[in-house]
Structures are given as C-alpha cells and as structure tokens.
Design a protein around this ligand. Structure first.
Ligand code: C2E
Ligand code: MG
Ligand code: MG
Ligand code: MG
Length: 292
C-alpha cells in the first residue's frame, strides 16, 4: 500500500473508530448510572395459545428509560452490558423486578402466568449463578414454577458441558427452561437431548419467510416444520417467535405448533398495559385480517 493511501485510510478510519469507542464508553457510563437510578424497566409480551388466544406465559423484555433519549431498546444496550460485564448487574435487576411484579399482581388479585426472563451467556457461566438466583427468589418468596429462563442456543453451545451442569441445577430448583433463538446456533441434536429444556423457541428469522413469495415452500418454512417435528419427537414444547400475520399463524396451526409470541397477538406491554389482558386471561385474535 502506498504511503499516501495508508495515510488517507488512517485519516478516514481513526476518527470514526474513536468516535465509536467514545460513544460506547459514554453509553456504558450512562448505563451504569441509569441502572443505579432505576431507569431499567420491563415490558411483558404474552405467549398465547394461537387457536384460542389464551395467555399461557409472558416474556420479560428490558428497556432503558433514558431521561433525555427516551426508551432505548435492548439491542442498543444489552451488547454493551455484555461486553463490559455490566450484565452481571443488569441481570439481577431484571430478575428482581420480574419477581416483584409477580408479587404486586398476586397482592392485587391479578391472575398471573409464568414470566420468562432472558439469561445472557455471561450470566449463564457466572460462578454461583444458581445461588444468586435462589437468593433473589428467597427475598421475594416466588414459587420457581412462576419463572422461566430463556437461554439462547449459541449461549448454551459456548460451553456445552458446563451448560448441561448449570441448567440441570436450575431445573432441579424447579425453574422452567427454554432455548431461545433456536435454529441459529448450530446445536447438534445429541447435545439438544442432554439439555434439560422444556421449550424451544423458533427464531423469528424463519417465521418471516412464511407468507412471502415462496410461502410454504421456503427454506424458513422447511426449518420451522423440522423444528416442530423435533419438538414432538423429543417431547419439548415449541414456541414460535415473531408471528406477525394470519398466514404465519395458520401455517403454525396446520403444522402442529399452537404456542406463539408476536405482534399479531400483542406487542411487548408495560405491566400496567398487560394487566387487563391477564385479568381477561386471553387475547382477542382478529381473524378478519385477510388470509392470503
Ligand atoms: P429475544 O429474547 O429473542 O426477544 C424477542 C424479541 O423479538 C424482542 O425484541 C421482541 O420485542 C421481539 N418481537 C416479538 N414479537 C415480534 C414480532 O412479531 N416481530 C418482530 N419483528 N419482533 C418481535 P426486544 O425486546 O428488542 O429484545 C431483543 C433482544 O434483547 C431479546 O431477544 C434478548 O436477546 C435481549 N434482551 C431483552 N431483554 C433482556 C434482558 O432482560 N436480559 C438479557 N440478557 N437480554 C435481554
Ligand atoms: Mg428471549
Ligand atoms: Mg428469541
Ligand atoms: Mg433474539
């Protein structure tokens, strides 16, 4: 490379890189302070029986309520929390809040369903995870049957032997376990069999293809069918993620998957917003959207 070119590259890239690192650094500092100030909030997205609309459980999803920037989605702060270790502070805040919300609803006589909390890879392999979780549970006196943990397939595959041990401990405590974003992390089937999971969540990316040009004949459709088959063979529940259309809902019902989460049924909602739905116990499924 000619000297001139190198210099030009240098001049072009360095400020950009610096700016990005600086932004990351500022964001990390802001997040650290935000966590202390209680700016992390949870939204809840129902998982429903897509034939009846009955609410079976819900997933807790973190948002950062920034005083100036508004509601920041997890895609903008979870990766930073992961790479800086801040996730080890964030995770317990999420779990504590989910437990406290269950307590509040119980006290108010709101019919509750289990809440699923996401555990990231760094949390999963944290020393003493089981005890840390048990401490939080003991403080709030929540029945472990009311809690589920979602672990991504890629997190579980990072260190499969360790994952089997840790997840077995959590299972022994009475928690429900599910594999998140399944189909994207190349878990071998023999390992899948060893993980003590009760549910598999089909990654949203496969669902999006259904209803497109190829409809039931896309690769995504084939993968969704294969995962549903896998679930019934292994005796594991299947939850479809990211269901947005009646075509996708119909496809799932036709292929034997009756549980899903997606904008078609409900967005992630604040505790206040989801309360009437919990009281009703179900979601109205609007069948009027044209079936293509
Ligand atoms: P995830 O666990 O796979 O969560 C599902 C994501 O799909 C959520 O995005 C949800 O809002 C979105 N979603 C649900 N239905 C639909 C739909 O019909 N269409 C589309 N396009 N999207 C849909 P969200 O809330 O932005 O969260 C993104 C990711 O951030 C989560 O993916 C999870 O990996 C992570 N995350 C969120 N909260 C937490 C947390 O408390 N702890 C950890 N460790 N990770 C979290
Ligand atoms: Mg999840
Ligand atoms: Mg997912
Ligand atoms: Mg995801």
């Amino acid at each position: 490379i000619a000297k001139g070119d190198g210099r030009r590259l240098y001049r072009f890239f360095t400020p950009v890189l610096n700016r990005r690192l600086l932004e990351q650094f500022h964001l990390e500092q802001a997040l650290r302070i935000g966590l202390e100030r209680g700016e992390l909030v949870l939204q809840y997205q129902p998982r429903v029986d897509i034939t009846t609309g009955k609410i079976l459980s819900m997933e807790a999803l973190a948002r950062w309520r920034h005083p100036e920037r508004g509601l920041i989605p997890p895609s903008q702060f979870i990766p930073i929390a992961e790479s800086t270790g801040l996730i080890l502070d964030l995770g317990p805040i999420v779990l504590r809040e989910a437990c406290q919300q269950i307590q509040r609803w119980k006290a108010e006589g709101v019919p509750i369903v289990p809440i699923a909390v996401n555990l990231s890879a760094n949390e999963l392999y944290q020393e003493d995870l089981t005890h840390r979780i048990q401490d939080i549970m003991a403080a709030s006196q929540i029945d472990p049957a009311h809690l589920e943990f979602e672990i991504t397939e890629s997190a579980a595959m990072r260190s499969i032997e360790q994952a089997v041990t840790i997840l077995s401990q959590l299972r022994a405590c009475g928690f429900t376990l599910s594999i998140d974003d399944f189909g994207t992390g190349y878990a071998s089937l023999s390992y899948l069999n060893r993980l003590p999971m009760q549910a598999i969540k089909i990654d949203r990316s496969f669902l999006t293809e259904i209803g497109g040009e190829l409809n039931g004949h896309s690769q995504g459709a084939a993968i969704v069918k294969a995962i549903i088959g896998l679930g019934s063979n292994l005796g594991i529940h299947i939850i479809a993620e990211g269901v947005e259309t009646q075509v996708q809902r119909r496809f799932l019902i036709d292929h034997g998957c009756n549980v899903a989460q997606g904008y078609l049924f409900a967005w992630p909602l604040t505790a206040e917003e989801i309360e009437p739905l919990l009281r009703a116990g179900r979601i109205q499924i609007d069948e009027t959207e044209a079936l293509v």
